[in-house]
Design a protein around this ligand. Structure first.
Ligand code: ATP
Ligand code: MG
Length: 588
């Protein structure tokens, strides 16, 4: 191909809203063009990279026994109603009607469609297992589309769904997909971690994400310095601490704490470690059909609430902040909410004793405790009375309370696997594999006849790859201050032959020859034959980031050309006849 004939509109200026290198270089390099917020056209170079990414994904999946299909992008709303997601999915789901008034959605993911297909044509255990996938458009009306291809509204995803007769076989496939994904991302030259992920409110027994390590990543990953434990912060767990601070000794009593509400101030006021203060995080949980509930999450003052864990634990679609007014209407005292209240017992009063009761008895609001508060003693908590806290509380008095893992792992916490120290790092989610079970097959009546003649719902797995997001992820890891540095496996072209002066016939002739040699050797090459200045063409090479350039220029009088490796801009000389071979070696 010739540069002069290709539509490669490179730009000097980056888009105003672009902050990430991948966004800046994809636009400036003429790979993509933004038509509307979160919607991009792929120009010839972008399409070539996209096709190479797709090809790698397809090759590895097909080798693992998966079958490619292509489903409609426009999906009947009826299927979404059957699965219960029509309401649940919220504003990211684009719903619309056709001219006859039939309801449709633009597929943000295709569980419903694929289950419908499998249910129709897979009827017997003899046809199982099956793993069907597509590489297709998705539409999610993201609240904040940004960072170019990283978070679009329209984007390309590989989504696969596997169907099994039993759980065991699904787990086998899940593990096979993990290995297959590892091969795919390694071939793209990515440095990634496979991390334990949040399985969402619908449960699911296991879920892993593939995270490309990059400071610009939107996800926080917890990693261990002692072993290969890695988890999304939304799912990360830790070992119980063995560095328990000294407990404050105090008898049970109510204390006047005027205006002291924050954990920090309370710790100072009582001279105690926040570990001994009960923190209350009040949230409004939003459920299907707009149902709402105030939930008080109790945890140790030394911990923070992990909202995804908390939302999953109560089965809410979303947790939102509550206002002080809302708390007051629910008979709660902002800043002084606690899990117990002291009640003066008239009989006990004579003996100058106080007893306390679970707070639940007083108000109709749901409570949930973090596991670390099970049987906690020497605690300080809000007294459910303005300007009062209770000290010396023993949470053993709580009856029928629910406990769960609600805390966010902190830097320096102890690893459950090896006792090592946990740290944070940032990642870009490029893939997600998920053990789904019968979450969709049951409501959508997708059944098969088992060996024993019984009708059963499919046991399913689901597997996604952010195909268009991968273009951005690759650049986040492979760029310098001049532009992209594509790994050969996904480069738009593996090498460019730059003719220094296209008006010089000899340079053009040699350029054509080397270009021809490269093609013969199987190198995916481009000839830059544009009548532009030499410096301009080199800038484009650096910006676009082909892995290698062969420069046919002034040195030709000595029979030499220059080969430049884009990574590090390392230069070597070569003769006209061995230039192609040397280039082929560099691009691998
Ligand atoms: P995120 O947390 O980044 O929004 P998700 O959990 O919603 O991702 P999945 O539903 O698991 O994503 O989709 C599978 C893959 O599709 C993701 O791993 C990601 O790589 C990609 N993806 C998801 N949303 C977008 C988007 N808005 N633009 C580009 N790629 C996306
Ligand atoms: Mg999302």
């Amino acid at each position: 191909m010739r540069f002069s004939k290709l539509l490669i509109p490179t730009l000097k200026e980056a888009p105003k809203d672009a902050v990430l290198p991948s966004h800046i270089y994809l636009v400036r390099g003429g790979f993509i063009y933004q038509v509307a917020s979160g919607i991009y056209d792929f120009l010839p170079l972008g399409k070539r990279v996209l096709d190479k990414v797709r090809a790698i994904v397809k090759e590895e999946l097909d080798a693992a026994g998966c079958q490619e299909v292509q489903l409609g992008f426009v999906t009947p709303a009826e299927l979404w109603k059957k699965s219960g997601r029509y309401e649940k999915y919220g504003a990211e789901l684009l719903r619309f009607n056709d001219r006859k008034g039939n309801e449709f959605v633009l597929g943000p993911t295709h569980e419903e469609m694929m289950v419908e297909l499998a249910g129709r044509f897979i009827n017997s255990y003899k046809q199982l297992p099956a793993n069907l996938y597509q590489i297709n458009l998705k539409f999610r009306d993201e609240a904040r589309p940004r960072f170019g291809l990283m978070r679009g509204r329209e984007f390309i995803m590989k989504d696969g769904y596997s169907f099994h007769a039993d759980h065991e076989d699904m787990v086998r496939e899940f593990n096979l997909m993990e290995q297959t994904y590892r091969k795919i991302f390694s071939r793209m030259g990515l440095d990634f971690r496979v991390v334990e992920a949040d399985s969402g409110a619908i449960g699911g027994e296991g879920s892993k994400e593939f995270m490309v390590l990059a400071d610009s990543g939107e996800d926080t990953i917890v990693v261990c310095d002692g072993c290969d434990y890695a988890a999304n912060i939304e799912a990360a767990k830790r070992a119980e601490t063995d560095e328990i601070p000294e407990a404050p000794e105090a008898d049970l009593m109510k204390f006047h704490t005027p205006g002291v509400t924050s954990i920090e101030d309370l710790a100072k006021y009582f001279h105690v470690d926040p570990y001994y203060i009960v923190k209350c995080v009040a949230k409004r949980a939003v459920y299907d059909e707009g149902k709402n509930e105030i939930i008080l999450f109790f945890l140790r003052g030394s911990d923070e609430l992990q909202e995804t864990k908390a939302a999953n634990s109560v089965g809410a679609n979303e947790l939102v902040d509550v206002t002080e007014e809302e708390l007051e209407t629910a008979d709660l005292v902002p800043g002084f909410i606690g899990p117990v209240s002291i009640r003066r017992n008239p009989l006990a009063d004579e003996q100058n004793r106080q007893i306390y009761t679970s707070r639940k008895a007083s108000f109709e609001v749901k409570t949930l405790f973090d596991n670390s508060l099970k049987g906690a003693s020497h605690m300080i908590c809000g007294a459910n009375e303005k300007d009062y806290h209770i000290v010396g509380v023993n949470l053993n008095v709580l009856e029928d309370e629910k406990f769960d893992d609600l805390v966010q792992v902190k830097i320096g916490d102890k690893c459950r696997e090896c006792g090592g120290k946990l740290a944070y790092t940032k990642g870009i989610e490029v893939g997600h594999i998920f053990q789904l079970g019968t979450r969709y097959s049951e409501p959508l009546d997708a059944n098969f006849l088992d060996r024993d003649g019984k009708s059963k719902p499919f046991v399913m797995g689901t597997y996604g790859i952010g195909v268009s997001r991968l273009l951005a992820a690759v650049i986040e890891q492979h760029h310098d201050e001049k532009g992209s540095i594509w790994p050969s496996s996904v480069a738009p072209f593996e090498a460019v032959v730059v003719v220094g002066n296209a008006k010089d016939e000899e340079q053009l002739r040699v350029g054509e020859k080397i270009y021809g040699d490269l093609k013969k050797m199987g190198v995916d090459a481009l000839l830059d034959d544009r009548p532009e200045r030499f410096g301009f063409k080199m800038k484009d090479f650096e910006l676009i980031g082909f892995p290698c350039a062969v420069v046919v220029g002034k040195k030709l009088s000595e029979g030499k050309v220059e080969i430049i490796k884009r990574d590090g801009l390392v230069r070597v000389e070569a003769g006209v006849d061995d230039a192609a071979e040397k280039t082929a070696e560099i691009v691998g």
